[in-house]
Design a binder for this molecule. Sequence first.
Ligand SMILES: Cc1ncc(COP(=O)(O)O)c(C=O)c1O
Length: 347
Amino acid sequence: MNKYEKPGEFYDGLRLHQNENTGGCSPKVIQALAGLSREQLAYYPPYNAATEVCARYLGVDAERLTLLNGLDEGIMAAAIGYLRPTPDGFVPEAIIPEPAFEIFGFDTEIVGGRPVRVAPNPDFSFPLDRVVAAITPRTRVVFLTNPNNPTGVSMPLEAIRAVAAAVPAGAIVFVDEAYAEFSQRSFIPELPAFPNVVVGRTFSKAFGLAGIRIGAITGHPDTLEPIRLAVPVYSVNIAAVVAVQAALSDRAYVDDYLDQVQQSKALLYAACDRLGLRYTRSDANFVLVHAADRAADIVRTAMAHGIYLRDRSKEPGCAGAIRVSAGIIEHTKRCIHVFEEVLCAAQ
Ligand SMILES: Cc1ncc(COP(=O)(O)O)c(C=O)c1O
């Protein structure tokens, strides 16, 4: 069991609670995995080819990119590399604008760093002034997610530049771009001008590879070094090495998913408008629906239909909010039926 799972949790229904690609990965990935030889499984994995392919995809030099066993590993490695207390009693701080991907806080605390949480704006726009005000000489990491999870709201690239300019020497800005394929905006082209910024990416979402675990981190080699040192040697396995290359060779598959995400979000917005539910417009493959006192009812009814939604009610600024993956159109329609069942029954 890992830190995401609860005892007895087993999801065999429609998983709209973890922002996965519920259509499954590209068939080319399955073909590539089937082609693995006995020797490939017997040898430690070579990384050059997969690193080159990922670097080309992201438009960076291969020396500026490290493959990861999922972006989660990059977050933990950044925490280990930058947020451990020093023997003289210095406790580094990580700034985390809320609501945030919960792993930033977990990993900061696990290594002994101090999370400094910044409250959200009511519309989830990026609270730049308060993030800058939270920076101290002890700041070592600012965790930003663009577009953010669980809101789906993007921050202006100018805000990232401003944060990068405001952090003390020795600190980094960690830009988590897990959902950048959906927003089609990235800080990566700006990295040469901002050596204290690193960008993390994942192939779990748009490319449907969450189960095989593959991500990447890019930035200035000196800034990446403490992160690289904390990544276990050979943590990316040969199946992931082969899978990511096959996934990146099938652009049509990703384009189709991105197209379905746009359509799914439009369907969800229209359904919410019809049903009188508020929602936050999203640049990612999920939508935060503000269902107020109907949230628990919707999550329960969905579960009874074998559909899993994520109740985010307990997060700052998110009272009554449910996060719904918006990907495969057919799956979105099933979720909308649940919304209709709960809200029309109430009328
Ligand atoms: C913001 C964010 N970062 C990182 C991850 C984890 O990515 P990976 O599956 O590559 O570990 C997720 C997954 O939900 C996420 O939402």
